[in-house]
Design a protein around this ligand. Sequence first.
Ligand code: 13P
Ligand code: SF4
Length: 381
Amino acid sequence: MSEVLQLEVVPESAAGTVEDFLRAESSAPEVVYRIHQLKQELREKVVILGHHYQRDDIVQFADKSGDSFELARFASQLHDREFIIFCGVHFMAETADVLSAPHQKVILPDLKAGCSMSDMARPEQVFDAWDELGEVIDTSKVCPVTYMNSSAAIKAFCGEHGGAVSTSSNNKAVFEWAFAQGFEKVLFFPDQHLGRNTAYFQMGIPLEEIKLYDQTKPLGGLTPDELRAAKILLWRGHCSVHQHFQPSHPAIMRALYPGIQVIVHPECMFEVVRQADKVGSTSYIMKTVEQAPHGSKWAIGTEHHLVNRLKQEHPEQFITTLAPYACECATMFRITPESLLDILENLKGGRIKNQISVPDTEKRWAKVALERMLEITKRAG
Ligand code: 13P
Ligand code: SF4
């Protein structure tokens, strides 16, 4: 049964209240006021989605905020709005375009809002690696799985070769699905850390069977025997934001704040995750903190805006970032109230700016890979 989607549209009377201005953070009050006004005027046509890593002065305008999985699922079920304004990064907008209905258009407020991890798996590299692997192992037994944080072209490649997409909240379910299909290996793009953390900590696969495939080296820097023995092959990619959380940080936080719990995103490196009390997607982190008893103490290993928001919203708990400095995703931060306003002003004037349109050739197979993920996640409960 499909979920009933409920959008919170700002009522006319609320547009431009003192509360709105107070939430404005750094934005000029006239920008905030005008966005509320245009949202109201365009409410039949426009929906605004915002990833948890967006700044507060963007999240305040989101009709729906969530992690990458929740926003992708939401976009796939939302058919009554012509325009989906995606406040996130490029691969998320592409995903929304693939999963939305043909009459819908997806807009990214700043086209430079990319993701360095996603750029670490370029289509030509992946195609070459696949061909090269085929000279040593039987690639019909290899399931290519890509993290949501990848281009539509990589998602299409996975779809066409029997694989699927995954996110930080369902990676284990997708890996298990791959093996249940009869595949003998998984080749996972582009985040080595999420892949390793899932395989080892959640599935108990020994490290000897989890191999880093370094795409810059012939055969990924592995011997034919190593390739044959590996169960999980990890593309050499990472998130430059989560890379900042270092193995020394959990112990430092525990020494500074006795009783503190360390909770991290699985894009953090293996040695950080090994020492964490809890690990999970952005939504998992939020729910865990929200449900914790008063007085709980948390050192959180994920993007700064999310940590800061939790800190503001939960004064009854002690919340700090796991690193001694703020780890911010610079590309997520490119989406500003001014760029959002520009999009809305253009839509009001009948112009579509910054539309993200995945070519039909990629769309077909990327959709297959994404729908497999949605189905696997539904079945896994
Ligand atoms: P989730 O939203 O799946 O937790 O992923 C975090 C992320 O890196 C988004 O870019
Ligand atoms: Fe990409 Fe990391 Fe930013 Fe997520 S936090 S968008 S993975 S660079």
